[in-house]
Design a protein around this ligand. Structure first.
Ligand code: EPU
Length: 779
């Protein structure tokens, strides 16, 4: 192939050494040893791939290895996981990433030994100069559009080489050298001004606006770089005339070709129809209809991108039918509106958008998909951008029903004091959005949004960092949640990350990973089998009256049998059959209504039948199993059994059968009694409770009563009433109650419990044992 450009990049001046090298010839017509510093970066790995394909012996160093470096190693890259100068010793040329600092040991070593050192973009510009270069430039949509261009040119038989900023499934890799073709399509990176190094034949300008203000002083500085690129373009400059800045800048150049939706555009899209995941439009060239394009990537911005590609490909002589056919086949780059999970109930989409304009466009697309609500999780990218564009971010989320903002992904930047995700959350809130929250712990984002989910939601993750991992975590959990939903049917309820503080009387505790409410035995049995088969932990929870859940919540499935058959209470003579979800109190009152006495003490127990069975709850000198006739339960395989009282082993505050089995209902027995007697006993219980127990939020008695002395009396005698840790406080009313003064954490509760235990042991030699069940993981 003959060299293309007349204006050759001879005598390339290496900025580091002053050595003069004909870089295009060096890189594309000779074979050398080349070392890349920071080879794992997305841009650098593309250069490595090109150099390997060009026949060079390529080595590279980086502190991290990635899937991409693994792939390159298979192609011949000699990868080093450290930056050691000696690894670059044999190299004739060093290429370094803009993320590499000047004191990097390989760079220092190379400088000392007088090697030629070039920046990534210089190497790319030089490689491009041996072909007909096509640069795709602009603030948003570069990767998609450069991939689209390479794809259309490839389908058009032009055998293009390409270099784009991300792994592109349809192209096979992020960079490829094809010796057969004359064109080289490259995504130009404006972030550090290096786009001005290119001398392409054609340029496609998508949009221009304020970005990368860590590098540029203002919009004027950005436009200067673009102007230089345009001036250096020898062929045509295709520009989006609907983008104000691009239009203003490019209009004056005679070699400009405009594209857009307005009548004056050289290439114009008309009859645009935006659908859920696709768009169709007709292309009109200076008044002449060329034909229809079907684009299988959504969003109006992609219609613009595809129109730009159509204009460029047409000018290169590819027929519209061929272009349309290629565009119809085009698939998205990874992390560009990438669907991670799709079911009739939920749609999870990930997008790389991290600039306000991109976010607005992507949210518009998400909105147009037609799901009921759009929930967004956003990870700001870079401290400098967060600071500079905070106001714009505040206005970018109008199309989202809910927004969860997490903390900034710094990339290579050091934190700027005071610049956090909170800034953006506050700005969105100040802008009037009513559904924004801040979750600084990235690893908890999927929990927060998971708990917001309602059938019909689309969840969109946005950001150029690692927020997509949270969406993947959510997608994996939804797979399980949907199976659980299938088991409990339409009457049942499944929620992700339900806060257990809502379901415990103490009002503390982290969330349940899967919160499931079955309404019948069959569903409950199905859950038991599913958890057994899938090796998922299963925990059954009633009214949470005797429960202390740690702040990290409970992993696995938390089954809350309630409603339906579980709340049912039936009376048969002196027997009362109650489902495990019914309140024990209600059993006492059902007894009153039917003239059955002996169960009045149950009035004072805040829990449900299931919990009362599990721990053989008691009050007023009585305990649950004194009234029990039969228990119906499911075993570990989900099989139903019924056992009568004399078959059951029961202890003080302990019923071992339910350690591995799950109660579904119980039959209680009292004795016929006159109504006045029942009422009198109920009132006595109420009165004792009111007089001796706190009304504040608590988990009932915290400790079991030791033989020697009731725990409440012991705590009282030790002078620990009213002692506290944070908002957890020993009740002044009863020493065996710890109350939540509002917003207490489980950690505070546990610390207070430990203090009481230590004091009881030290001062009285008594080992207190907790009665309250403590579950879950630390926060
Ligand atoms: N006492 C004190 N100071 C206190 C608390 C109690 O001196 O701060 C004295 C009382 O005056 C009484 C004795 O300790 O002489 C026992 O107290 P109480 O009668 O209140 O009974 P308890 O043993 O502390 C038990 C159950 C409660 C149930 C009551 C009512 C246990 C661990 N507790 O409490 O159950 O409500 O009887 O009959 O068995 C629960 O299990 O969660 C619970 C609240």
């Amino acid at each position: 192939m003959k060299p293309v450009s007349e204006n050759r990049m001879t005598a390339q001046l290496s900025p580091q050494t002053g050595l003069q090298v004909d870089l295009p010839a060096f890189l594309t017509r000779q074979q050398h040893r080349i070392h890349l510093v920071g080879v794992a970066g997305s841009g650098m790995s593309g250069i490595a791939a090109l150099l390997i394909e060009l026949g060079h012996t390529v080595s590279g160093s980086d502190k991290v290895s990635t899937m991409e470096t693994d792939r390159l190693q298979r192609l011949g890259l000699r990868f080093r996981g450290q930056h050691r100068p000696e690894d670059a010793d044999p190299a004739d040329l060093i290429v370094f990433s803009s993320a590499i600092k000047s004191d990097n040991p390989v760079l220092v070593g190379a400088r000392d030994s007088g090697k030629t050192i070039v920046r990534r973009a210089e190497a790319l510009a030089a490689i491009m100069r041996s072909k007909h270069g096509i640069v795709i430039a602009g603030m948003h949509g570069k990767t998609t559009t450069s991939a689209m261009t390479a794809h259309v040119l490839r389908e058009g038989g032009l055998h293009p080489s390409h270099y784009v900023g991300a792994e592109i499934p349809i192209l096979g890799s992020n960079a490829h050298w094809d010796p057969r073709g004359e064109h080289f399509v490259a995504e130009g990176d404006e972030s550090d001004g290096t786009v001005a190094l290119f001398h392409p034949e054609h340029t496609l300008i998508l949009n221009i606006e304020e970005e990368h203000l860590d590098f540029y002083a203002d919009l004027g500085a950005i436009e200067k770089v673009f102007s230089q690129l345009i001036t250096q373009t020898t062929g045509k400059v295709f520009y989006n005339v609907d983008d104000e800045n691009a239009a203003r800048l490019c209009r004056s150049f005679t070699h400009g070709i405009s594209y857009g939706f307005g009548e004056t555009s050289d290439y114009r899209a008309v009859d645009i129809q935006l659908k859920d995941f696709a768009s169709t439009f007709r292309v009109n060239h200076r008044g002449q209809d060329l034909g229809e394009v079907v684009l299988n990537v959504p969003g109006q911005h992609n219609v613009h991108n595809a129109l730009g590609v159509t204009a460029l490909a047409s000018e290169l002589g590819i027929g519209i039918e061929k272009i349309a056919k290629s565009l119809a086949k085009f698939e998205h780059a990874r992390r560009r509106f990438e669907i991670k999970y799709d079911s009739p109930r939920f749609l999870l989409v990930d997008d790389y958008g991290h600039h306000p304009t991109e976010i607005r466009a992507t949210l518009k697309t998400a909105r147009s998909v037609g799901r009921k609500r759009v929930l967004t999780v956003f990870q700001p990218h870079r401290y400098s951008r967060t600071k500079a564009l905070c106001k714009e971010f505040g206005r970018a989320f109008d199309d989202a029903d809910r927004v969860v903002v997490t903390d900034v992904y710094g990339s290579s930047e050091a934190p700027i004091p005071g610049v956090t995700g909170q800034m953006i959350a506050d700005e969105i809130d100040a802008h009037g959005h009513r559904g924004v929250s801040y979750e600084p712990r990235l690893e908890w984002v999927h929990r927060t949004v998971g708990n917001m989910l309602e059938s019909g939601d689309l969840v969109l993750s946005l950001g150029a960092g690692n927020i997509h991992e949270q969406l993947s975590a959510l997608a994996a959990e939804l797979v399980i949640a949907e199976k659980l939903k299938e088991i409990v049917g339409k009457d049942g309820e499944v929620r992700l990350y339900e806060p257990l503080s809502k379901h415990t009387t103490l009002r503390v505790g982290g969330p349940a990973q899967f919160w499931v409410e079955p309404r019948n035995e069959k569903a409950f049995a199905g859950l038991i089998k599913f958890c057994r088969d899938e090796n998922l932990p299963l925990f059954v929870m009633g009214r949470g009256s005797n429960l202390l859940v740690r702040d990290g919540g409970v992993r696995g499935v938390v089954v809350h049998p309630c409603g339906g058959v579980f709340d049912r209470i039936e009376i048969n003579g002196p027997e009362i059959t109650a489902g495990v979800g019914a309140k024990l109190k209600e059993v006492a009152y059902a007894g009153k209504a039917a003239g059955i006495g002996g169960m009045e003490w149950m009035e004072g127990i805040p829990g449900a039948v299931g919990g009362a069975l599990r721990m053989n709850a008691g009050a007023m000198g009585a305990q649950t199993f004194e009234n029990i006739v039969r228990v119906r339960y499911l075993d570990a395989d989900g099989e139903v059994h019924t056992k009568s009282r004399d078959e059951l082993e029961v202890h003080y505050r302990n019923f071992p059968l339910l350690e591995k089995n799950f109660a579904v209902s119980a039959v209680f027995r009292g004795q016929p009694a006159p109504l006045e007697e029942i009422v009198r006993k109920l009132e006595a219980s109420q009165e004792k409770r009111r007089a001796s127990q706190p009304a504040a939020k608590s988990a009932g008695c915290i400790f079991k009563n030791p033989d020697s002395c009731p725990a409440g009396k012991l705590v009282d005698e030790l002078g620990l009433k009213n002692s506290h840790v944070g908002k957890a406080r020993v009740s002044e009313v009863h020493g065996n109650f710890i109350v939540n003064d509002g917003g207490a954490t489980a950690a505070e509760m546990l610390e207070l419990i430990e203090k009481i235990k230590a004091t009881a042991l030290a001062k009285r030699g008594i080992e207190l044992e907790t009665e309250v069940q403590i579950v879950g993981e630390p926060g």
